[in-house]
Ligand binder design. Structure first.
Ligand code: PMP
Length: 336
């Protein structure tokens, strides 16, 4: 008798991602640095988890009926996650995005079957901002819900209920620190809360890119941004509902150059093709590892998030012309 072939529903492919020991970062930190491979999700990013939890939460609350529509204001990974989850469950997707976003993202969302509504780029205070436009559109569309990833805490629940227990189990309960950057804050707050519930001594660190206001908030109690970053999907200027009560013990500020150096090394030395937020997270994890070692934990074990695939950034991070236009270093193998 042959063994039965294991069957999985497509949505079960979200989560249960591998955790890998990162060689270069571990050497640089002097302790173990582990990366959670979120690019292995079906939509190739960490946001598949939030998309699934937000949709399941709306269903459970009776807000989303069969054949209904999910509306969200996002330029990238969340929209891709929602479009895939919606297809699997028979819903329609409408994504509102600023017209300044990359061609690649628009093409990807259209390819997945999402309806795209493009709006001019505008500050958050402007009613035409893509987030406000998506809320209005959801209100005006019969049978639609607004996913509202920034302030819908079903987002961070995804990480409390899936990311944190997976990391805890994969590290066999031996973890000293966790860090990542915040976009909505769902990943850092949810994984932080979930890990603290297993062991309150796990140090949770926020890794903030330049141009975001959270580093100053957690270090000095003031929401104040300095500098800027080209990293997509991270960099927050306010305390979203997902960030409220996040158990942040310490914080690091990481430059694009530092993050890009880890993107380069992880690709050329370890065969991982990643986006810039992953590189920034790894730089933060190295900083956290060094801090824990300096505090007398030579065997510290730190985990971070490898948020999305680098294939999403071929026209930017992996394009010499684009890098030069941003005054960022070009990877040696791309120099002609
Ligand atoms: N990295 C990338 C590439 C993302 O798209 C996002 C989501 N905006 C994040 C990191 C941050 O995740 P979160 O929204 O959970 O803070």
């Amino acid at each position: 008798m042959t063994a039965p072939i294991p069957q999985r529903a497509t949505l079960d492919l979200i989560g249960n991602t591998p955790l890998v020991l990162l060689k270069g970062p571990s050497e640089a930190a002097g302790c173990e640095i582990w990366g959670k491979c979120e690019f292995a999700n079906p939509g190739a990013s960490v946001k598949d988890r939030a998309a699934l939890w937000i949709v399941r939460d709306a269903e459970a609350k009776g807000l989303l009926q069969p054949g209904g529509t999910i509306v969200e204001g996002t330029a990238g990974n969340t929209g891709i996650g929602i479009a895939l989850v919606a297809n699997a469950l028979g819903y329609k997707t409408i994504i509102v995005m600023p017209e300044t976003q990359s061609r690649e993202k628009m093409d990807t969302l259209r390819a997945l079957g999402a309806e795209l509504v493009l709006v001019p780029a505008a500050p958050f205070s402007n009613p035409g901002h893509f987030v406000h436009t998506s809320r209005r559109l959801a209100e005006e569309t019969p049978g639609a819900i607004w996913a509202n990833q920034f302030d819908n805490i079903a987002n961070r629940k995804a990480h409390i209920e899936s990311t944190a227990p997976e990391i805890w189990q994969q590290m066999e309960g031996r973890i000293d620190g966790f860090t990542c950057a915040a976009g909505t804050g769902g990943t850092i707050a949810g994984t932080g809360l979930g890990l603290k519930a297993f062991d309150e001594n796990v140090t949770i660190a926020l890794t903030d890119p330049h141009g975001a206001a959270l580093y100053n908030y957690y270090a000095h109690g003031e929401l104040k941004a300095e500098g800027n970053s080209v990293a997509e999907g991270i960099g927050q200027g306010r305390i979203t509902a997902n960030l409220e009560g996040a158990p942040i013990d310490t914080q690091f500020r990481i430059s694009d150059e530092e993050g890009l150096e880890w993107v380069r090394r992880l690709l050329s030395e370890e065969g991982l093709c990643l986006g810039l937020s992953s590189g920034i997270n790894v730089a933060g994890a190295v900083a956290l590892g060094r801090k824990l070692v300096a505090e007398g934990k030579p065997d510290a074990r730190v985990a971070t998030i490898l948020c999305d695939t680098g294939f999403r950034y071929l026209s930017s991070l992996y394009n010499p012309e684009w890098l030069k236009s941003k005054n960022l270093p070009v990877f040696p193998w791309l120099q002609s």
